[in-house]
Design a protein around this ligand. Sequence first.
Ligand SMILES: Cc1cc2nc3c(=O)[nH]c(=O)nc-3n(C[C@H](O)[C@H](O)[C@H](O)COP(=O)(O)OP(=O)(O)OC[C@H]3O[C@@H](n4cnc5c(N)ncnc54)[C@H](O)[C@@H]3O)c2cc1C
Ligand code: SF4
Length: 501
Amino acid sequence: MADPRGFLKYHREGPTRRPVAERLQDWREVYLSFPHDKLRVQATRCMDCGIPFCHEGCPLGNLIPEWNDLVRRDRFAAASERLHATNNFPEFTGRLCPAPCEGSCVLGIGDDPVLIKQVELELADWTRGRGLEPVLASGVTGKSVAVVGSGPAGLACAQQLTRAGHHVVVYERAEHPGGLLRYGVPEFKLEKHVIDQRIEQMRAEGTEFRTAVAVGATPEGPVAGAAASGASVFSTAELRAGFDAVVLATGSTRPRDLPVAGRDLAGVHFAMEFLRGANLASEGTIARAPITAAGKRVVIIGGGDTGADCLGTVHRQGALEVHQLEILPEPPASRAEDNPWPTWPVILRSSAAHEEGGQRRYSLSTSALVADEHGAVRGLRAEEVAFVDEDGRRVLRKVEGRSLELDCDLVLLALGFLGPEHHGIVDELGCVRTERGNLAVDGQYMTSVPGVFACGDAARGQSLVVWAIAEGRSAAAGVDRYLARSSELPAPLAPNSVALT
Ligand SMILES: Cc1cc2nc3c(=O)[nH]c(=O)nc-3n(C[C@H](O)[C@H](O)[C@H](O)COP(=O)(O)OP(=O)(O)OC[C@H]3O[C@@H](n4cnc5c(N)ncnc54)[C@H](O)[C@@H]3O)c2cc1C
Ligand code: SF4
């Protein structure tokens, strides 16, 4: 039973970031760990609501009031067990999740919400500090599953299926497993030894990893999850013949482009081309990042997570000056009237990277990139835009006479992703796609091809780590049911579940 007056006694107090001047000199994580006495105070603020809306906000259905109360009572081992009951990788979500649970916490109606994400992170790291013991299957089923893609969706699916007794092989075309966790998200948000420790646990449980192996034909053009140089190819036909079931967890890797004059100039890159190179250099796979911001004036187009990751990276590389442009207007500081609790708060969010420098500018649509005499970018033109009502719809339109020009030597396009690649394994298998180009799945996460399942960004479209893990767990239940006719694996989501909006 929680302390019913905890929230009256204590205020929300979050973790501390390392000083900006210090952290810009390295790639290590930004946040200092949170003392456990303070953590217990924060967990005490949880009221253990009869109807805990935090559960509704979390796609994994995390048992938040249960572990908050166990932490309050200093019962970390029991709390860790409850945490891992619904989440394979709380060390990833604890670091990366925007915490929709906090957006729907009941305490947030009239006060600051419970510090749920920090309790999750400290519990996850407390567990990691004691070693991640393998959880071994109680028996083997004799069935085999290939999981293509090793991002959070593929990893969660693989871990669940291995623990259910199936023989699982994960194919990954990149150098190391992890998907966007490894080659998108920079070290300063998630140090990669955290991923390695979980992969070691999975190996000890029996999951096999085959990295630098691309399944099916290689895609045309740049993609977010590029193959390792010298990756070998495993044909789709061999994959089908070798396994009882296949899971496509191949991500949403097609980047949205910017169709303006000057797009092809030297110095204009997709964010993931830039971040992947920076992460490969940071892990030591290559000597130096192929694209660097050192001594350059940088413009990042796109105000989301990917843009913020570019921002922190260019500062660590030694950029001279940075602008981050967003086409939408600046969000309000607190919830607008049409954005009530418990929906996701659409408010101005500043990540650690924003504290480190650079200028954020809103309501700007890039109209052209300007060349120097050598064919490299030297500037960017943008027009101010605003929402107007047209036939009952809100549309963005140019504001006449309001434009701006910025000098720059490096432009990074962080405009989001359009869905999974089609050329290659998806077309070779003949999987039907949704109108948006994602992989269509039924209620068990099976695609139109019997025995072929899909989960994560490949099925949902560009999303979040927490949704990827929840989809991986749910797809595992579908695969297990397909192979064994019934399943006791939990399925936190139906494929068409949506966030509280
Ligand atoms: C820069 C960036 C930062 C982000 N930051 C956050 C954040 O802070 N918080 C958050 O919640 N979300 C964040 N996201 C979103 C989050 O990373 C994704 O939603 C999540 O990783 C999706 O997981 P996934 O397993 O579906 O796919 P991915 O992580 O994309 O993994 C797919 C994997 O499949 C592999 N693959 C694809 N095709 C093949 C093939 N044919 N053969 C073999 N392997 C293949 C790819 O190489 C890749 O490793 C971020 C995204 C980006 C791009
Ligand atoms: S909604 Fe907030 S206060 Fe209520 S149980 Fe969840 S975390 Fe605790």
